[in-house]
Design a binder for this molecule. Sequence first.
Ligand code: HEM
Length: 486
Amino acid sequence: MSVHCTRWPAVQRAGGNDTMTSGFCIPRASGMRDSEMNSSRGPARAAFGGCPFFGALLSLRRAPLALLCEAAQRGEVVYLGRYPTPVYLLSHPAHLKYVLQDHAENYVKHPSVDRVRPLFGYGLTTSDGELWQRQHRLLAGVFHPQCIAALTPLITERVTRKLAHWESTRTATIDVQEEMRDLSSSIIVAIIFGADAAVCLAVIRRNLDAAIECLNHLLWSFLPAGVTFATPRHWRLRRAIGALDAIVHAQIDAHRRAEHDSHSLLSRLIALRNEDDGAVMSDTQLRDELLTLIAAGYSTVAAALAWTWILLGAHPQAQERLHEEARGLSTESLGPAFDPRTLPYARQVIEESMRLYPPTWVTARTPLERDRIGDVAVPAGSVLLLSPHVMHHHPRYWKEPERFEPDRFLPARVEARPRYVYLPFGGGPRLCLGQGLAMREMVLAVALTARRFRLIPTSLQPPQPRPGLTLAPSAGALFTLQRRQP
Ligand code: HEM
């Protein structure tokens, strides 16, 4: 069973002037060199889309994954149109490294992050400059590997509770997408607000899902960020954010009065002091960081785990190999000293799953000053799209990119690849702060589940990826649970 739709156009006509794309031909002006196709002026605009002003951006709204992969086949820096400033797609690992890492000081998040500002405010993922630097320094301490290792018992307890629930209710069929959302939200909320915050979990989950759903639509709006009409969707967004704000502020108040778990991440954020002036975080800044961490830690992990099970359902031999690795695990041994590297196959499976379905499938950067990427001049204020999805499916870097093959992540094979060919967690100074937490959580969840259960898909038709804030499955995915012999 092939789980994945092919996103790379199958045929590149050798020696011809036309590039065959999924079912239609885009003529290339005769004699045009690649560098001209990629230049920010003239021919490149005609090369993609056909709409003189927006270029390919209208199609990008309809089928972004396919279109970006198609565009990447045209060159390493491809002009896609205006939105309203010029938009380029970068797909060479050296260019991604240049922007994300080597010259990161010239690149900021694109102003389109204003679209998600109502939810995230000026949290770590949506801030830049001095504010980002200060907050990053502060929060990095909380995500120190030792602090993350200390969360192992909590994560283990949440996973085993979920598995015990499946057993005790004699659940025969589950929707993995729903179950993984439930699991990852319960973990992140317990980490942030403490174990006794379970009472507000359902409200957080419901309103976060509603807010993310609204933002998934607004992301593709052609209206300038900040311009809104009073549509039912906007009202839903405002209501959801209002409910989330109320919970977060109530938690901040309760933690400030020390009524809550002093080991929670929120207690530690409250206690943090800026090195330079000793200042603590304001309630508004705390609110922004908390909602950023909850959303970043929930939706990404839930999507990655759901895809992992969908892939394991389609590849039973991989699921058996995972079970063999995990069967010796004992939950008693899962303390802070647990090292996810002791479950290498579980790790490889998750890495391969995030290769095929990277939860953060695209990000954008804007140059503060004009720059040159390869042989293309990119103006200040333009938009550079960097897509883990494109890089992870690029046939130049991956043999049979659509095939699920966890052994691609054997250490020797990883070392043989350029770093920025695989970037589910981004890179450079803005590398995902939660990478260590996410990997620990996912390895534990997948291994502990495979130890106790076999998951068999009820349908041979897998869901399609749905690109929004994260790349989640388009629909639920039903699985039959089979209890394994202890
Ligand atoms: C599978 C799980 C996850 C994936 C694939 C993922 C992916 C990413 C990516 C690609 C970025 C960089 C975005 C950019 O460069 O524009 C990022 C940033 C970030 N992530 Fe994650 N993430 C995951 C889980 C988490 C978790 C569990 C947390 C924390 C609870 C978290 C917190 C953050 C934060 C705070 C940033 C902003 C870092 C900065 O700009 O300084 N992430 N994540």
